[in-house]
Design a binder for this molecule. Structure first.
Ligand code: URA
Length: 260
């Protein structure tokens, strides 16, 4: 990438980010933000008190009275080009399901099928997730499903840290909007991004963790279950994790027999 396009991309990201903050009522944004030009560098840093933006954002996210709808959050994303994934995606994959779900599943990022259809978990991994949801005697429409990043990483590589950090505020807002009783993080990327850690999924799964006051259960990604098809231990690990989730939600735990 040349210096000019990097600068242009940075400028576009910054402008879009500030517009979001402005739309959500943040003080300290210049009224003529929309008219800022790339060459208009003098206005950028001076007008934005970084400290207050960050603390205000955290404050807003943790303020129970402010309730954003998922539609408002989707609208504020717009035709997002905040990170480099915007340039290669076909469809932005926002999320699907019950806006008042008691349970939210968070995956890594869209794959080819999701990119084509604009809906999370509709390919092979999605079929596996559907099996997990059905085994819990829930319906896909009962839960809410989304990803750490909303645009497909090329060649289905894991999202990079700058992509995760750019997209995370929107995921956080979605989770604050749905306010589920439990979040399930599917796989390493989701668990590590949400819990801000590098601990391997195998060490995190099976226990509830705190995510902004919401209990979060990390478990293996459905794609991992597909890859380890012959190894039933990973299936039963996921089932053990989902059993804890059902118990936490005070829902019946279907009886599954292990033919060991
Ligand atoms: N894998 C994910 O993590 N998310 C999807 O939406 C699809 C596959």
């Amino acid at each position: 990438m040349n210096t000019h396009s990097t600068k242009a991309q940075l400028f576009a990201s910054l402008t879009a980010y500030l517009q979001d903050l402005q739309e959500s009522g943040l003080d300290g944004i210049p009224a003529d933000l929309a008219t800022l030009k790339e060459t208009d560098t003098a206005q950028q840093p001076a007008a934005i008190p970084k400290q207050s933006i960050e603390s205000k954002m955290t404050e807003e996210l943790n303020t129970p009275e402010i309730h954003e709808t998922l539609e408002q959050i989707r609208k504020s994303l717009g035709p997002c080009q905040r990170c480099k994934l915007g340039a290669t995606r076909k469809n932005l994959v926002f999320g699907v399901g019950n806006p008042k779900a008691r349970l939210v599943f968070v995956g890594e990022g869209p794959g080819a099928d999701e990119d084509a259809q604009g809906e999370p978990f509709v390919g092979d991994a999605g079929k596996m997730l559907n099996r997990i949801i059905a085994a819990m005697e829930l319906k896909r429409e009962d839960v809410y499903i989304c990803n750490v990043v909303k645009c497909r990483p090329p060649q289905n590589r894991p999202p990079e840290s700058d992509e995760v950090s750019t997209c995370s505020p929107f995921l956080l807002r979605q989770l604050q909007s749905v306010k589920p009783e439990v979040i399930v993080a599917l796989g390493t990327s989701a668990a590590q991004a949400l819990l801000q850690t590098k601990i391997p999924i195998s060490k995190m799964r099976g226990k509830f963790h705190d995510f902004h006051g919401m209990p979060l259960m990390p478990t293996y990604h459905p794609s991992y279950l597909l890859r380890t098809g012959g190894n039933s231990d990973s299936f039963w690990s996921v089932w053990d994790d989902m059993t804890q989730v059902l118990q936490y939600l005070k829902l019946p735990v279907p009886n599954k027999s292990r033919n060991k």
